[in-house]
Ligand binder design. Structure first.
Ligand code: PAZ
Length: 337
């Protein structure tokens, strides 16, 4: 790795996979800085959970992509494609299904209800116009839609049904995920994790990064990145073992998607893997569970897609139905004890 004179090289043990370095999750937290909003998030989540009824189902939705900084004083970072459509749209659907939603999202990615005004190439000003008497107002053709979205947004925010917490880097995300998980764990089966964020698989540990902007004077830049520890394992086994956990798997090679989704289920033992392909993710997903050898396909037609139907409507209904069953099974098994 050539990251300038300040770079310190990571000394984590080499895994049996040649050239790959695997760090355990605890070591990760010991060597990276928590985000500045961690304490704020803790306080807000505590308040949010206190306001929920005892039988309220709560879902943590993660959304958007994590960044991986290349410098401690970050000028450059590695990013990914995720816009936050899946997460923000699913948040709206889960709210309408009666869930309380903690929305952990990448700063500046799509947010529930607001997403309708930032997804396209228009800027905010294109929704506004100046009246003859010099006031600014929403263009009449947008008024009904904006009124509806605003009313929904206010209803859920003011009613303590939607809490939004943002992250930017991989480290922000992982610290916040652990924090929320530990706080949701006491809810047991009533809490769901819906992990739709696109989380980087590789990173540069903080102590191995250049402190300042990498200089171009040394010629080509070679990056060597560590493998991010698999956080699904401690999430399922230690942080929130009684909760309902839905992870997502994205691939571009169709041959890999099914085997990798099944492998994740076997390895981590959680409830559902939602598998999707990069280029068809807006109209086709597969649900893998340990109860069935064949995945459940959720699909909408091209026409429905063109007419503005979101696949998340069907996806969240199916997940919610399965979660309800999980809660009921858990209830029955505790009654019998
Ligand atoms: O955010 P988006 O709507 O553009 O994309 C959603 C998605 C493809 C990131 C999500 O459905 C997903 O698969 N998340 C997990 C990605 C992964 O395998 O890490």
């Amino acid at each position: 790795m050539s990251l300038g004179d300040n770079a310190v090289f990571d000394s984590a043990p080499l895994s049996p996979l040649a050239g790959r370095r695997v760090i355990d999750p605890d070591t990760y937290f010991d060597h990276n800085k928590p985000p500045t909003n961690l304490e704020w998030a803790h306080t807000e989540i505590e308040k949010f959970l206190r306001h929920q009824a005892p039988d309220q189902r709560v879902v943590l939705i993660t959304s958007g992509g994590t960044t991986v900084p290349l410098e401690n004083n970050t000028v450059r970072f590695v990013d990914n494609f995720s816009a936050g459509t899946r997460g923000s749209c699913s948040a709206e659907q889960f709210l309408s299904l009666g869930y309380a939603v903690i929305f952990l999202y990448r700063e500046k990615s799509l947010q529930p209800f607001n997403r309708n005004y930032s997804e396209n190439t228009r800027g905010m000003l294109s929704y506004l116009e100046e009246t003859e008497d010099g006031h600014v107002r929403v263009k009449p053709e947008w008024e009904q839609k904006i009124r509806r979205d605003l009313a929904e947004y206010r209803k859920y925010m003011d009613g303590d049904k939607l809490l939004m917490v943002n992250f930017t880097t991989l480290a922000d995300y992982l610290f916040l995920l652990r924090e929320v998980s530990l706080m949701l764990a006491p809810l047991g089966s009533r809490a769901m994790f819906y992990l739709a964020a696109a989380v980087s698989d590789f990173f540069i540990p903080s102590h191995s990064m250049s402190e300042h902007k990498i200089q171009s004077g040394d010629g080509d830049l070679t990056l060597r990145m560590n493998q991010v520890p698999k956080f699904l394992r401690p999430l399922v086994k230690n942080w929130a073992p009684a909760c309902y956990i839905v992870s997502f798997k994205l691939e571009t090679d169709p041959e890999l998607l099914g085997p990798k989704a099944k492998h994740a289920l076997d390895k981590y033992g959680h409830q559902v893997v939602v598998a999707n392909m990069l280029d068809t993710r807006k109209w086709q997903v597969w649900l893998y569970t340990r109860e069935s050898t064949e995945p459940c396909v959720i699909q909408i037609s091209q026409q429905q897609l063109a007419e503005g139907r979101d696949i998340e409507q069907d996806l969240t209904e199916e997940i919610s139905r399965r979660h309800k069953q999980f809660v009921a099974n858990h209830h029955n098994s505790t009654q019998q004890q």
